[in-house]
Design a protein around this ligand. Structure first.
Ligand code: MRU
Length: 321
């Protein structure tokens, strides 16, 4: 099934907090429940957040007019870092002058076009990677940028999928992705489903995987890409980019155009979500925490950014806007 969908006037979505042990489907009828699902990461991943923002906006517009402004503000603020969420809200809301039904039509267009966008960027990235690296490729990835982070297909794992279907993929190294284990729980689950050979490593092993020559490329998704090519993604991505540069392997970012934020000059302008310290506390309950959910990989470490429309090489000074 799709990760997120619209059925009979409501949102249905896989509850990603329950994976991999259970596949639970959420039925969401209100913006309040949607915001809660986004904040506890039941619905997560930048493209899926874009769809959730758009469908949530349609839900708000079709609901009680007195609650519209409150609902839109709550949706926008549900999570701050992935630009796709506010983008989805804005795209859907822009149709309001054409009537309430037009807002739903705009939201459904974002939902329906997700898979084709992901396929297009995946094929472009797979073409590029096979031109850079000889033979079947081993890839290292971080977090989950698969079908579960989108509606279908995936971005970074979409590239993996494309290479696998071409018979050009050897292996995937999966970072566990502390603290919520999107790699261990979600990416490993998707790769097993695809029949892709993969190995799970702890996050702190990422640099060693590359130093040992076990992977010939790093492929990740993104939550926001700024005008200069800085890439904001799950915490732990930046160290992987440093390690990739040291190992001399390409660091490729696969993301739809909706993740590009040309209004922000650099990653320093992006609000990085700080989550509840209880997610990382393993010992003393009163230990102070700084639970940063994302980091910024500077453009000079980003070999290529591939979207459904283009391939940009920030490390050579190319800009996105
Ligand atoms: O906190 P999450 O799980 O929403 O973080 C997700 C990521 O960092 C993904 O890599 C990113 O959204 C790209 S998903 C195609």
């Amino acid at each position: 099934m799709r990760t997120i969908d619209w059925q009979d006037h409501h949102i249905v979505a896989i509850d990603q907090t329950k994976l991999p042990s259970e596949v639970v489907v959420l039925e969401i009828f209100t913006v309040e429940r949607l915001v809660d699902a986004i904040q506890r990461l039941a619905i997560r991943g930048a493209p899926a957040l874009g769809v959730a923002g758009a469908l949530g906006t349609a839900m708000a517009v079709l609901g009680e007019p007195a609650h519209l402004d409150r609902d839109i503000a709550a949706l926008r603020a549900a999570r701050p870092t992935a630009v796709n969420l506010a983008w989805g809200v804005d795209q859907a809301l822009a149709a309001l002058p054409d009537g309430r039904d037009a807002v739903l039509t705009a939201a459904l267009e974002i939902l329906e076009s997700d898979a084709a966008r992901n396929r297009a960027l995946s094929e472009r990235a797979a073409d590029w990677l096979t031109a850079q690296v000889d033979g079947p490729i081993a890839i290292q990835t971080h977090c989950n940028a698969g079908a579960l982070a989108c509606v279908e297909w995936g971005t970074a794992l979409g590239v993996v999928r494309s290479l696998h279907l071409r018979g050009l993929l050897r292996h995937v190294y999966v970072d566990e992705t502390r603290p919520l284990l999107q790699g261990a729980r979600l990416t490993a689950w998707e790769l097993a489903d695809m029949g892709v050979a993969h190995t799970l490593v702890v996050d702190s092993a990422g640099a060693t995987v590359l130093a040992r020559g076990l992977a010939q490329a790093v492929v990740v998704g993104a939550d926001r890409i700024t005008a200069n090519g800085d890439v904001v993604n799950k915490i732990g991505t930046y160290p992987l980019a440093l390690a990739a540069a040291r190992a001399g392997v390409p660091f490729l970012v696969a993301a739809p155009e909706s993740t590009v934020d040309p209004a922000l000059a650099s990653g320093a302008d992006v609000e990085i979500e700080v989550r509840d310290g209880r997610e990382i506390l393993g010992g003393l309950p009163d230990t102070p925490t700084l639970n940063l959910a994302f980091d910024v990989t500077p453009a000079d470490l980003v070999t290529a950014i591939v979207t459904e429309d283009r391939l940009v090489r920030p490390a050579t000074g190319e800009r996105l806007a």
